[in-house]
Design a protein around this ligand. Sequence first.
Ligand SMILES: Nc1ncnc2c1ncn2[C@@H]1O[C@H](COP(=O)(O)OP(=O)(O)OP(=O)(O)O)[C@@H](O)[C@H]1O
Length: 251
Amino acid sequence: MARRNGTTAGAAVRLESLWKVYGTGQAEVVALRDVTVDFPASSFTAVMGPSGSGKTTLLQCAAGLAEPTRGSVRLGGTDIAGLQEKELALVRRQRMGFVFQSFNLLPALTGRENTVLPLQLAGRGVDRDWLELILERTGMREHIDRYPHELSGGQQQRVAVCRALLARPEVIFADEPTGALDSRTGEEILALLRASVDELDQTVVMVTHEPAAAACADRVLFLRDGRIAGTLEQPTAASLRAHLDALERAR
Ligand SMILES: Nc1ncnc2c1ncn2[C@@H]1O[C@H](COP(=O)(O)OP(=O)(O)OP(=O)(O)O)[C@@H](O)[C@H]1O
């Protein structure tokens, strides 16, 4: 339901009046300027914008990996901007999932061990049926007991997706998840993220440079100079290109 300040009820994550300033004096960089946005539950949002526009900073603040200078970050009913590092670590393990460009798997652990690690660290049991379903959906059942160096890049990223899904997190944050993959493998990972929203009710927020990747989302958020410069609902590759061209012309 739309509310007067532009936020909505039922958001998985809500950023309100968010500022992030790096450094001080001459070295000061304002990376986010008064950003207010909702990421609705069970939806897929892509974040786009030129290099340096604040995409990664927005994701990191939303994920509690960077501390906002001002403003609030709500995950469900929790304002995570006010939490201590120990509490934040628990929130990240239990309530968020992450998929990064560089896969971020521990090389000494098998795919399965990597997948269950966040839950083990949080002292939570693993739902074996859910794990089997995830392995089935991601096509990783036969490969999950191998070590990362025995897996292709696409398979390693599938392990990262399994790990992100296992805790049934309130949101998955993905930063250029296809950046290190060839285009066909990248499409497969995007299809998995899309299916996690459509079939498993997952919420996904993904930073990407690639219009083809952003076209998989329900909504694209455009950042410029740390501000939201527009949104596009139900994007297609063509409408995205037109929007990006218009933003470029407005510079
Ligand atoms: N730790 C930091 N210290 C100082 N400045 C930083 C830091 N991290 C980011 N910045 C600056 O903040 C601004 C936003 O950076 P950010 O990485 O969020 O942009 P981005 O849109 O993700 O860029 P890219 O697409 O190139 O990854 C940039 O000007 C960047 O140089």
